[in-house]
Design a protein around this ligand. Structure first.
Ligand code: ADP
Ligand code: MG
Length: 581
């Protein structure tokens, strides 16, 4: 039997496209099904971005345990993430019909549109706006490209699709429709990971890698775990015994793995022995993963930031003097500004900016570093006098970074032993097997004389100005690499800890917030802290609702929570932004 909503949509058949707007407004209760459908944003024609549709189910009918919904934020996040995945499967043909198929091609008057999409998650369990739950209701947000032939509404087809959506919701937003064991496992796995990450600080660690973890991925473009099928050489992670730590988790019980202590840790090893793979797993240790990912027990300091060189980026009024001084022609480095940074100046700026907003661990890989920023060997010092060299190499700053600012570093170096003298721990990757070579490296390192007495210098405190923050036109996340921001583009490709395009979308809208009514003309750190506070705010009743404040009016179906470091990184790369000392 058709619902009243479906009959209404059928009645629109044959009418002009804008009549779809009749659906917008207060919400359509679906008879015999405890759900209400909202058409939040209705597109004006079939070529426009798809409409936003929301389906809400009262919690009393959905029947999820209060222990999942409102006991803790992490459980709520895991629940919503799980429901998103199930709903996405249903829309993608779980029941034989793929509602995400769009009709394209043919002439102008052929059937167009019709696809139903939900923001589909990858390997990470993140706070997302696709499904939101609180003690009163659970709701899913999807996009629907309303079908038409030319400008003529295809009411019968639209009604059928909306019916399909309601069926999919029936099979995903109700506790009784779900696999209770799988849901419980998902929530517990995520809760364990969160718990593990939260324990790091009190254990004096900045990272932990569980024994048995699968670090390598299927390929450079496929984030799923490598399997024996992909590579017969797959080696699972095993900690060297000297670094083994055992941690107790609420659900999994005791697990053992490698603990990386605060301080300076260097990862060495021959080329292709798995150094970067380990570091990449660590840099994504800020996020929780789905069960089966292989990196469930790979966690790191939530305030860890990947640092790399990024020549060509713009830098605004950043004090990079701890690293760079005496540029040719007396160019100041205490308020360093350029539209085209070099490898070393960009890397210095990346570090200072990360510290500015509270990074407590830096992750560095030689593959993406400017060599002249990292080290300077004796021969070069003999040839180019230190007074002529603007760069104070990272190797002489990495200890002061820890001693003065309590900022740890984990870095991959295969080509230089200079870091041995400043490392607290040195681990070697040998055919994907980790070995603790700290003792041996320390003996070798003694011979080189890197001064440890120097201080880091001051960390930039710039004010973010109002000017240039507003977008003069459309804002859209084109991909994970690039954000269109009005007439300018924000380059995101070197912000390696962004994992979903919907994080970029949230960041784009957060920038717009800064360009709108948000209080700026204050220190960057304070602005970003308040921005983070707003988007992470919990709603009443409990449920994450801060993200919704990024959307101008209706709740956006595709936001994923970014960290403050990635928010700041985008502001720092916005070429129109202005800063003052
Ligand atoms: P490095 O940085 O030391 O040069 P990478 O981390 O880039 O090495 O790894 C080289 C290759 O080895 C990559 O293709 C990666 O997928 C693969 N690899 C890394 N770790 C493992 C492992 N534990 N088991 C199997 N293959 C691995
Ligand atoms: Mg490498």
């Amino acid at each position: 039997p058709l619902s009243q909503l479906q009959r209404k949509i059928q009645e629109l058949d044959g009418r002009q496209y804008p009549c779809y707007k009749d659906l917008a407004g207060g919400g359509w209760d679906v008879e015999k099904r405890a759900m209400t459908v909202f058409f939040d944003r209705v597109q004006g024609d079939s070529y426009a971005p798809p409409s936003w549709v929301r389906v809400r189910v009262p919690m009393a009918a959905a029947g999820f345990l209060a222990a999942y919904v409102s006991q803790s934020r992490i459980r709520n996040t895991a629940l919503c993430d799980y429901v998103t995945r199930v709903l996405s499967d249903k829309l993608h043909g779980g029941d034989g019909t793929d509602w995400t198929q769009t009709v394209k091609g043919g002439g102008w008057a052929s059937s167009k549109g019709g696809d139903l999409q939900i923001d589909t998650p990858g390997q990470y369990v993140l706070e997302r706006s696709s499904v939101v739950a609180n003690s009163e209701f659970i709701e899913a947000r999807v996009t629907l490209s309303l079908p038409a032939r030319g400008r003529t509404i295809e009411g019968y087809r639209a009604a059928e699709i909306v019916g399909g959506l309601c069926d999919a919701v029936e099979g995903s937003l109700f506790s009784k429709a779900l696999d209770a064991t799988a849901l419980k496992q998902h929530i517990e796995a995520v809760e364990d990971q969160e718990h593990l990450r939260c324990q790091l600080a009190q254990l004096g660690l900045v990272a932990f890698v569980g024994n048995g973890a699968v670090l390598p991925r299927k390929s450079g473009v496929d984030d799923r775990p490598m399997t024996k099928k992909d590579s017969a050489d797959l080696v699972k992670f095993e900690s060297p015994s000297s670094m083994e730590v055992t941690v107790s988790l609420p659900h999994a019980g005791e697990i053992t793995g490698m603990g990386i202590k605060k301080g300076v840790t260097v990862i060495v090893g021959g080329g292709f022995h798995g150094k970067s793979t380990l570091l990449q797993a660590l840099q994504l240790g800020i996020y929780n993963k789905v069960p089966g990912d292989g990196r469930e027990y790979v966690v790191c300091d939530p305030h860890a930031v990947k640092i790399r060189a990024e020549d060509g980026r713009s830098v605004k009024c950043t004090d990079i003097s701890p690293f760079i001084n005496n540029l040719p022609f007396g160019k100041a480095t205490t308020e360093f500004t350029t539209g085209d940074a070099s490898g070393s100046t960009s890397q210095a700026a990346n570090i200072i900016e990360a510290l500015e907003v509270g990074a407590s661990t830096l992750l560095v890989d030689e593959d993406t570093c400017a060599t002249n920023f990292m080290i300077r060997d004796e021969k070069m010092k003999a040839l180019v006098s230190p007074e002529k060299e603007p760069i104070t190499a990272f190797v002489t700053k990495v200890r002061p970074l820890f001693n003065d600012l309590d900022v740890s570093t984990i870095l991959v170096v295969g080509g230089s032993g200079d870091f041995f003298a400043v490392a607290d721990a040195v681990i070697m990757m040998d055919e994907y097997v980790v070995k603790d070579v700290t003792q041996r490296a320390r003996e070798i390192g003694k011979k080189s004389g890197i001064a440890d007495g120097s201080s880091f210098g001051k960390v930039s405190r710039r004010r973010l100005c109002k000017n240039g923050l507003a977008a003069d036109g459309k804002v859209a996340a084109r991909s994970l690499r690039c954000l269109q921001y009005g007439g300018t583009e924000v380059e995101l490709s070197c912000i390696e800890q962004l994992v979903e395009i919907s994080q970029a979308r949230a960041i784009g809208d957060a920038l717009q917030l800064l360009g709108g009514g948000f209080a700026v003309n204050r220190p960057m750190a304070a602005v970003i802290r308040d921005l983070e506070k707003q988007i992470q705010a919990e709603g009443k009743p409990v449920g994450i609702q801060g993200l919704d404040t990024l959307s101008h009016r209706e709740p956006c179906p595709f936001y994923v929570m970014p960290r403050r470091f990635e928010l700041a990184a985008a502001v720092n790369r916005l070429r129109t932004a202005e800063f003052a000392p």
